[in-house]
Design a protein around this ligand. Structure first.
Ligand SMILES: NC(=O)C1=CN([C@@H]2O[C@H](COP(=O)(O)OP(=O)(O)OC[C@H]3O[C@@H](n4cnc5c(N)ncnc54)[C@H](OP(=O)(O)O)[C@@H]3O)[C@@H](O)[C@H]2O)C=CC1
Ligand SMILES: CC(=O)N[C@@H](CCC(=O)OP(=O)(O)O)C(=O)O
Length: 336
């Protein structure tokens, strides 16, 4: 029998990508899709790409009925709204992969400062597995609740964490400069993501004040024990999808070849990490769960480049990878 996955917040972008991936998964099937606003509509009415591929109607979330039909929930709701729903789902024993930031950080006070809301389940904060199997596979395999990583943090943590653990770079001087496609902001309309605002334009936002900055520091510390104070600047770029992070670090007497060796060793069993000689680009990873990593020497710094698809390795692909880990399947099922 297949594992039954229900998608909460099924009208959004990450939900669509998750459904698309699960449709080709050999051991999982999508058995429920929920929405507050589009109750009763076929899923294909909001995602026409799913016409004749998934014959389900959007329903409001009623947790008891949902849990009877789903073993696992992919909770694709915005932060703040997600934690309350996750709590209800766990109370009826449904496993949850939470796409939001609500259970990613280690400390409640830091969450409440950066997200501006009270956490509805504070006792669980810091206890939840962070869904990067490349770094936290041991915690993920036995988890009933997984905090799926943020998209920008994935692109920064994956190259930096092994280097910091190896002591190869200075922890106090790291700059992460990232560019994201507009889908990173979700499908729910906002002024800055309207076509006329975003097209043919690029701008930074939340300079040094983005909520993914504490997530990067926190998770790197959790993995490597190293205390960082990353300066993070995201940019919105006129692309549909993709994240490209250019990361400036100061080496502790290592060169680019040594960095590549540390990555090779840390990620030797990680099917989605590609350490490449060319300069990565968002096009190289579009629609895939790959993380492409490269490094160059520039004066007395090393410049690291990481590319991911924000909707796949940055969200829905990571969720499927985590599902594979929970059930002990090959990590690549549904993803290659
Ligand atoms: N887009 C990306 O690249 C990434 C997104 N994420 C995270 O994944 C989650 C989903 O993102 P994404 O799919 O892009 O978002 P979307 O805006 O595309 O979709 C979110 C869905 O959640 C539902 N929703 C919105 N507000 C509320 C609310 N207050 N209460 C309950 N339901 C609500 C909506 O469905 P309806 O109105 O039909 O109920 C909506 O379709 C977010 O937490 C996001 O931060 C993480 C990594 C990358
Ligand atoms: C381009 C864009 O707007 N991106 C989003 C990040 C999306 C994401 O991953 O946010 P969560 O941590 O909430 O999951 C932003 O900067 O807010």
């Amino acid at each position: 029998m297949k594992v039954r996955v229900g998608i909460i917040g099924a009208t959004g972008y990450t939900a669509y990508e998750a459904i698309r991936l699960l449709l080709r998964h050999p051991h999982a099937e999508v058995t429920a899709v929920t929405s507050r606003q589009d109750e009763g509509l076929p899923i294909a009415a909001v995602h026409p790409q799913l016409t004749r591929l998934l014959d389900l109607k959007l329903e409001p979330l009623e947790v008891d009925s949902f849990a009877e039909r789903c073993d696992v929930a992919f909770c694709c709701l915005p932060h703040g709204a997600s934690a309350e729903t996750v709590k209800q789902l766990r109370e009826v024993n449904c496993k949850v992969i939470d796409f939001s930031a609500d259970f990613r950080l280690s400390r409640v006070a830091e969450y409440e400062t950066w997200y501006g809301v009270q956490h509805p389940w504070p006792e669980l904060v810091g206890q939840v597995a962070y869904g990067l199997p490349e770094l936290f596979a041991d915690q993920i395999k036995d988890a009933d609740l997984i905090a799926n990583p943020g998209c920008y943090p994935t692109s920064a943590i994956m190259p930096l964490a092994p280097l910091l653990k190896a002591g190869a770079i200075q922890s106090g001087d790291i700059i992460v400069d990232s560019k994201s496609g507009v889908s990173g902001a979700g499908r729910t309309p906002k002024l800055g993501t309207l076509y006329c605002e975003a097209n043919e334009s690029i701008a930074p936002y939340a300079i040094g004040a983005h909520r993914h900055q504490p997530e990067m520091n926190d998770i790197i510390h959790r993995f490597s024990g190293s205390s960082t104070d990353i300066l993070f600047t995201p940019h919105l770029t006129p692309m549909d999808r993709g994240i490209l992070s250019t990361i400036y670090v100061r080496p502790n007497g290592v060169d680019a070849d040594a960095v590549r060796e540390i990555w090779q060793s840390a990620y030797r069993d990680s099917p989605f990490v590609r350490i490449v000689d060319h300069i990565p680009s968002t096009k190289h990873v579009a629609g895939t769960n790959f993380v492409d990593l490269a490094v160059r020497t520039a004066g007395n710094r090393l410049v690291v480049v990481a590319a991911i698809d924000n909707l796949i390795k940055g969200a829905s692909g990571a969720a499927v990878q985590n599902l594979n880990c929970i059930y002990g399947w090959d990590q690549t099922l549904g993803l290659l």
